[in-house]
Design a protein around this ligand. Structure first.
Ligand code: MV4
Length: 450
């Protein structure tokens, strides 16, 4: 097992990783920018190293600084968390060249899944259902028209280097296809330096459902069920839940087995998330994320499995001792991402938290690095913390969530807590009847209503 882990991240995930390390008896090194000197995870870590000024490119993305911090402290492994360097295959390779373990998948798998065309080809070859579309990149206008005629309009042009919603263009009819193609290409070139694009059937009202996987890199892999992350705003997840309100146990078993079997064939190492669009009872692969995700706690709450503990142990070369039959799903969990943003305009609201009181009681979990008197710096994402609620049933979970949201106090800054207090009382959220576009429509109506 590792002796000392350097946590190459900040915020709530740095604290979450630190907690897992403590429980495993592993020493911890926090790294931080000058803006994060007062962060909770810095206080709680065994050692800390300042790695640079506030801008992420000079600190959390600064590979020479991170290597120096490993060298100074003698850390033998790095946990990248999410964002920053978590899905940077080159970083994983550089660490390996320095005899430091990267707590994440093999560089090869990070690279494959980072290219959305390669990812889709790989998924399909491994037996995962994909969205109908081009078999790889589109090389000409003529090819695009041929594929579109085959699958039918509307179609979506996506950037190979994209993901997370960046670089997509819809073509409703054949007339608009050439334009969508050239716009998508030039936007992709400008944003990612890569103009490779591919074509997919556009699904109008899907849900976003993702499957959590865990593999030991030696052919053993399991799934931990799905999360429904359909509630998004501008490609940012807002509310995530497990299980999905629209999936039956038989469907969970089938898609879970399909994904786990694919991961076994791949000798996948670590945690991963296979993202699907779900429409009319069918799953369609879109992307795979090769990192721990923000919303991992909802899976932990319904399975009782500590995903970061498992991730660290398999990264250290331990075999995965969990078998698929050990994974038992219990009850329902919902996560609300509490952001330092105005609840209707979403304007970022960094600053000092003057009063802070978190809800408690059975089935309540708050993953946050915040504390009373803490100042949210303006340089990074605006996540204040995550409220995760568990109940025996979805209805109990919703009731508990309403209660927990009413107890939660974060004063001094704007937060999205009032938005959640409204959402949890809508008939659509109560019924679980929402797709990937519902929240944006709801918010547009709210503004009209004021
Ligand atoms: C799609 C789609 C409809 N049809 N692909 C957006 C982010 C990226 N991960 C994939 N995305 C989409 N891909 C096809 N073939 C609609 C979206 C999409 C979306 C997906 C998940 C969650 C929220 C979304 C919001 C807008 C569009």
């Amino acid at each position: 097992m590792f002796q000392k882990i350097l946590i190459a991240n900040r915020g709530e995930i740095a604290l979450r990783i630190l907690r897992a390390c403590k429980e495993l008896g592993i020493a911890t090194v926090a790294v931080h920018s000058t803006a994060d000197a007062d962060a909770m995870h810095v206080r709680l870590a065994d050692e800390s190293v300042c790695i640079g000024p506030p801008p992420a490119r000079d600190s959390y993305l600064n590979v020479p600084s991170l290597l120096a911090a490993c060298e100074i402290t003698g850390a033998d492994a790095v946990h990248p968390g999410y964002g920053f360097l978590a899905e940077n295959a080159r970083f994983a390779e550089i660490l390996k060249d320095h005899n430091i373990h990267f707590i994440g998948p093999k560089a090869e798998h990070i690279r494959t899944m980072g290219d959305k065309i390669e990812a889709k080809k790989t998924a399909q070859a491994l037996g995962i259902p994909v969205v109908p579309g081009s078999d790889g990149g589109i090389t000409s206008d003529e090819e695009a028209h041929r594929v579109a005629a085959e699958i039918g309009f509307p179609v979506l042009v996506k950037a190979a280097a994209g993901g997370g919603g960046r670089g997509m263009k819809v073509a409703l009819t054949a007339e608009g296809l050439s334009q969508a193609l050239s716009t998508a290409r030039s936007e992709a070139k400008a944003a990612f330096g890569d103009d490779a694009v591919y074509l997919e059937k556009y699904l109008a009202k899907p849900r976003h459902i993702e499957v959590q996987v865990l593999g030991d890199g030696r052919g053993h892999a399991i799934h931990l069920g799905e999360r429904d992350c359909s509630l998004q705003r501008r490609h940012q997840k807002v509310w995530e839940e497990a299980p999905s309100p629209v999936i039956t146990p038989a469907q969970r078993h089938e898609i879970g087995e399909t994904v786990a079997s694919a991961m076994r064939k791949l000798n996948y190492l670590g945690v991963g998330t296979v993202e699907f669009l779900y429409e009319d009872g069918k799953f369609y692969f879109i992307e795979m994320n090769t990192r721990i995700q923000v919303e991992h706690p909802v899976t932990e709450m319904v399975t009782g499995i500590d995903l970061i503990n498992e991730q660290i142990r398999v990264a250290a070369g331990e075999p995965l001792t969990l078998r698929q039959e050990d994974v038992v799903f219990e009850g329902h969990a919902i996560e609300c991402r509490v952001n330092a943003e105005h609840p209707t305009t979403f304007r970022p609201s960094p600053g000092k938290i003057t009063h802070y009181h978190v809800p408690g009681g059975l089935g309540i979990r708050v993953d946050s690095n915040a504390y009373q008197g803490y100042s949210i710096p303006p340089y990074y994402d605006s996540l204040v913390g995550k409220l995760i609620v568990h109940g025996k049933t979805r209805d109990e979970c919703l009731m508990r969530l309403r209660r927990a949201l009413d107890e939660f106090v974060v004063d001094g800054i704007d937060t999205t807590l009032p938005l959640f207090r409204t959402l949890v009382r809508t008939k659509e959220m109560a019924a679980g009847a929402y797709d990937i576009h519902w929240l944006e429509h709801f918010l547009a109506e709210e503004i009209k209503g004021v």
